[in-house]
Design a protein around this ligand. Structure first.
Ligand code: NDP
Length: 283
């Protein structure tokens, strides 16, 4: 690599052509005056590790990882993981340090920053997390660390929520008294923030939650995003949530946190989010 070659980054997945990460990172780079190249990298379904190895061997500096490779990225970086990644069991950010692959999961910090932007800091709040897949796993520890007084994880398959609960308590027992788990119909009531971390909205559905879950002034947040309110957001409005938001801000926030890991500077997500929203609405 010559001195004039821009640092190379990429988002790796399969499929990958839909990814908005190159546009987001290009905008951050302009904002911070950093020259970089950020591509989409399609890995064969049976060739993730080889593709990553080749990327770093050819001078690549960092990778964002998306579906379906986050668990494989976790395995690849298993000796050099952040706490967030360890609890999540999934990695969305890879980089090379001292010749070794390191991994982190920035989904949680992306969510937290977006909740704060929306005026719903989880500190001191009661938070209901719906879902127990990779996305839910990625946000549990950051939500607890942010100081929510109660975090309840509920899932369609309750045993998956219970497993996530136990994994957190096993690794970080100090968080145990703030955490509980159960099935969707054990969601309880009076939640200040309800986060939909399921993929239900992608299939035009909303999780089958009881009707009285929202506290006065509550926020309903769907990790899925789009041009229209999601089924979860529509149902939340009808059930009394005071405010609703989709996950576009989380997407930009997780990218900002990856950018900070790689470049040591945290970009301002707000103008990039506004641009992305405008692009999305323009089709
Ligand atoms: P997984 O496949 O790992 O998990 C899917 C989860 O959704 C499970 O909890 C599953 O429940 C639940 N689920 C699916 N359909 C329904 C339904 N109809 N009703 C109730 N629950 C349902 O996916 P991920 O956790 O990786 O991702 C979840 C969503 O979060 C995705 O839509 C993804 O796009 C989004 N996401 C957004 C991000 C952002 O930056 N905005 C970042 C990461 C993810 P069960 O266990 O019972 O099957």
């Amino acid at each position: 690599m010559t001195l004039n070659t821009p640092q190379r980054y990429a988002v790796i997945g399969n499929p990958i052509e839909h990814s908005r990460s190159p546009a987001i990172h290009a905008a951050f780079a302009r904002q911070c005056g950093i020259e970089l190249q950020y591509d989409r990298l399609l890995a064969p379904l049976d060739g993730f590790a080889d593709t990553v190895e080749t990327f770093f061997a050819n001078g690549g500096r960092g990778l964002n990882v998306t579906v379906p490779f986050k668990e494989q990225a976790f395995q690849l970086a298993r000796d050099h993981l952040s706490d967030r990644a360890r609890i999540a069991g999934a990695v969305n950010t890879l980089w090379h340090e001292d010749g070794k692959v390191h991994g982190c999961n920035t989904d949680g910090v992306g969510l937290l920053n977006d909740l704060r932007r929306l005026g719903h800091d989880p500190a001191g709040r009661r938070v209901l997390l719906v879902g127990a897949g990779g996305a839910a796993r990625g946000v549990v520890l950051p939500l607890l660390a942010a100081g929510c007084v109660e975090l309840r994880v509920v899932n369609r398959s309750s045993e998956r929520a219970v497993r996530l609960h136990h994994d957190v308590v096993e690794q970080l027992p100090q968080h145990g008294r703030h955490l509980s788990s159960g099935s969707l119909d054990e969601a309880g009531s009076d939640w200040d923030i309800v986060i939909n971390a399921t993929s239900s909205s992608l299939v035009g559905d909303a999780p089958a939650l009881p009707g009285e879950i929202y506290a006065t002034g509550a926020l309903a947040y769907d990790m899925v995003y789009g041009t229209e309110p999601t089924p979860f957001m529509l149902k939340a409005r009808a059930q009394g949530a005071a405010a609703c938001a989709d996950g576009l801000g989380m997407l930009v926030g997780q990218a900002a946190a990856s950018f900070e890991i790689w470049h040591g500077v945290l970009p301002d997500a707000v103008p990039v989010l506004a641009q992305l929203r405008a692009d999305l609405e323009a089709g």
